[in-house]
Design a protein around this ligand. Structure first.
Ligand SMILES: [Zn+2]
Length: 190
């Protein structure tokens, strides 16, 4: 089966389900200080702002060997816009899967033109990103608009790992809740 057929079948299957948000809180670039011409310094700032999670898929870096294996992603690609290589507002914390998938793809002619028709990318620090991409009840990321479907394909958000890691997160949260309840019950018995 070709990748295209595989993606189309998946999209068909999932559009009828109920959606949830990709993440609870939209990340914010809070750093406004001096400009660092160093990837490692910028990465440390990004880790905080993105709370150790990939800007595009929300996977935690703890499942992929920590921050060393995560990348500094350039929203407007540095190959096309070298002036933006160290501009903090153009940077994102990203898992290697999303970073390598996005590569130097860019729909517009200028750094400001991030969308052209139904193609292009939206910065995940913008609320707008979450109008185009959601999760279905199984935890899979889905594109719910034409632009969302473009990002879904180009960022390979259909990779099984994104669904699996979301469900692992969910299981951890549940396990912690149960732990707390057990502790509370033990305390009440004493
Ligand atoms: Zn990612």
């Amino acid at each position: 089966m070709s990748t295209q057929v595989y993606i189309d079948e998946k999209l068909e299957k999932i559009t009828s389900k109920d959606f949830i948000e990709i993440r609870d809180v939209v990340p914010k670039r809070s750093y406004k200080g001096e400009k660092y011409k160093s990837n490692s310094k910028n990465k440390k700032l990004l880790i905080k702002d993105f709370q150790n999670r990939c800007a595009y898929c929300n996977d935690s870096d703890s499942y992929t060997g920590g921050y060393r294996n995560y990348h500094v992603e350039h929203f407007a690609p540095k190959e096309k816009f070298p002036d933006l290589e160290f501009v903090y507002d153009n940077l994102l914390y990203s898992c290697p899967y999303c970073n390598i998938s996005k590569s130097n793809k860019w729909a517009g002619e200028t750094a400001e033109e991030n969308i052209k028709g139904n193609e292009g990318f939206i910065d995940p620090c913008e609320e707008e990103y979450y109008k185009h991409l959601k999760r279905n009840s199984d935890g899979e990321i889905v594109g719910v608009t034409e632009l969302g479907k473009y990002m879904y394909k180009e960022l390979k958000l259909y990779l099984l790992r994104h669904k699996i890691l979301f469900n692992i997160d969910k299981a951890y949260t549940k396990a912690n809740e149960i732990d707390k309840k057990i502790k509370q019950l033990r305390l009440n018995k004493k």
